[in-house]
Design a protein. Structure first.
Ligand SMILES: Cc1cc2nc3c(=O)[nH]c(=O)nc-3n(C[C@H](O)[C@H](O)[C@H](O)COP(=O)(O)O)c2cc1C
Length: 217
């Protein structure tokens, strides 16, 4: 073994997460924890790992920034023509992990994925800085390129073609996805590895209701 990390662990002596502390809905609970993550000044608390799989079930994962959440789910913006876009086209399901190490917490989400629609995608596109719009518009995410110089040149050309005061149109392949949760797990590290895991699970039989399970750590 090149590096032995087997002794690298922290004891998670925190207040834990008990059923009595849990909010009534996953979104209220997420709200609380997200506020804690912001208050703790975690770097990019809205950065989330998104796992997808292709038609053969081969997994893939990457980080994106969550642009918003509500009872309907978590929204992020990307290219529909990217690798993740191709995977979601054939297998519209994803898992998310918010890795809030400094708080000894993670939130795990599973669910189906849908596109947010044109108007909502425009709302995600419009506030992006011009540089980010240019970069998204000048290249097709996840395709191979011959060189960085080629990308820079494409970007420069698009920049020159579009006057500064003119809005860059949203590329048709760029937009938002919503992960509609069917489970949301709140994981709190505990002392002596007796971590707390409470999971909201959508109860399809109950017409969209939710129930909570405790999971062994
Ligand atoms: C902190 C961070 C935030 C990112 N945010 C986004 C994002 O919001 N949307 C996006 O498409 N890619 C984002 N990326 C880049 C992705 O991780 C990834 O490289 C890209 O989406 C292509 O992924 P794919 O080839 O699996 O489709 C981010 C990367 C990091 C490290």
């Amino acid at each position: 073994m090149v590096a032995d990390l087997s002794r690298m662990r922290r004891d998670y002596a925190t207040r834990g997460l008990r059923e009595d502390d849990l909010a009534g809905t996953w979104v209220e609970q997420f709200d609380r924890w997200f506020a804690d993550a912001v208050a703790a000044e975690l770097p990019e608390p809205n950065a989330v790992v998104v796992a997808t799989a292709d038609a053969d079930g081969a997994p893939d994962a990457r980080i994106v920034l969550v642009k918003g959440y509500d009872e309907a789910g978590f929204v992020f913006a990307t290219s529909y023509a990217s690798a993740k876009g191709a995977q979601l086209a054939v297998n519209p399901r994803a898992a998310l992990v918010f890795p809030w190490h400094a708080l000894q917490r993670q939130v795990r989400v599973t669910g189906r994925v849908e596109r947010v629609g044109e108007a909502a995608s425009d709302d995600l596109w419009d506030p992006r800085p011009r540089g980010a719009q240019l970069a998204a518009a000048a290249s097709v995410q996840s395709t191979t390129v011959d060189s960085r110089a080629e990308l820079v040149e494409r970007l420069r050309r698009l920049d020159a073609e579009t006057p500064e005061d003119e809005k860059l149109p949203r590329p048709a392949v760029w937009g938002g996805y919503r992960v509609v949760p069917d489970s949301v797990e709140f994981w709190q590290g505990g002392a002596d590895r007796l971590h707390d895991r409470l999971r909201f699970v959508r109860d399809d039989a109950e017409g969209g209701g939710w129930f909570v399970q405790r999971l062994a750590p």
